[in-house]
Design a protein around this ligand. Structure first.
Ligand SMILES: O=C(O)c1ccccc1NCC(=O)[C@H](O)[C@H](O)COP(=O)(O)O
Length: 217
């Protein structure tokens, strides 16, 4: 049987801290690389490391910087080394703008979250990254959430995150039909250290799916 490939699901590998992990992700075909600039994370890098790692990213791979309610001055210092900003805190929309970069809004899927209202409020965001909610932890929890809570009616591209692994990614794509997927802990040996085997399996398992979640023949 020949499958019709309508589109492909984009993959972001998040929490990159080392050159070898960056190279492995890029060589496997990652569309985007995430750098955690929030200093309280075990996956955090500083601006100096960002400059070094960012320079290693080839053309057509998106460099994404993650921020959690951080100073405008720090974000502005990072921005020249990034293609896209990802905001995980309570930043109002105005605080996400003014850096000359496209940005996405990370939304933690608390029980009472109103995605339609968030989409309206953050209307200038390029997409919504939907992640698990755990009190006090702004991201990278390694936990999934109930994917059926994501309405099909959102206008913005959805990036699915939270507890994705090589084993559940096919089911996640089938359930959500996301524009993209984002993984950190599911491809790690330990925090900030990626496992090349899991990385390869994750990206290959995404690449084998179209937007319908059906295998591509
Ligand atoms: O990874 C972190 O430590 C982190 C800290 C603060 C804000 C965001 C963070 N990560 C955000 C990501 O984009 C993760 O990739 C996403 O939350 C999924 O993580 P995981 O559940 O481990 O795959």
């Amino acid at each position: 049987m020949t499958g019709v490939r309508m589109s492909r699901v984009r993959v972001k590998i998040c929490g990159i801290t080392r050159e070898e992990d960056l190279d492995a992700a890029v060589n496997e075909g990652a569309d985007a690389i995430g750098f955690v600039m929030w200093p309280n994370s075990a996956r955090a890098i500083d601006v100096e490391r960002l400059v070094t790692l960012s320079a290693r990213v080839p053309p057509f791979v998106t460099r994404v910087g993650l921020f959690v309610d951080q100073d405008a001055e720090l974000i502005a210092r990072c921005a020249p080394w990034l293609d896209l900003l990802q905001f995980h805190g309570d930043e109002p929309p105005e605080a996400c703008e003014g850096y000359g970069k496209a940005w996405i809004k990370a939304v933690r899927m608390r029980d009472d979250v109103d995605l339609a209202a968030i989409e309206q409020r953050y209307s200038a965001a390029q997409g919504l990254l939907l992640d698990a909610f755990r009190p006090g932890i702004p991201g990278g929890t390694g936990e999934t959430f109930d994917w059926s809570r994501i309405p099909r009616t959102l206008a913005k591209p959805v990036i699915l995150a939270g507890g994705l692994t090589p084993d559940n990614i096919a089911a996640a794509i089938t359930a959500v039909h996301p524009w993209g997927v984002d993984v950190s802990g599911g491809v790690e040996l330990e925090r900030g250290i990626k496992d090349p085997v899991r990385l390869q399996a994750f990206i290959r398992n995404v690449s084998n799916r179209g937007v319908t979640g059906e295998p591509i023949q």
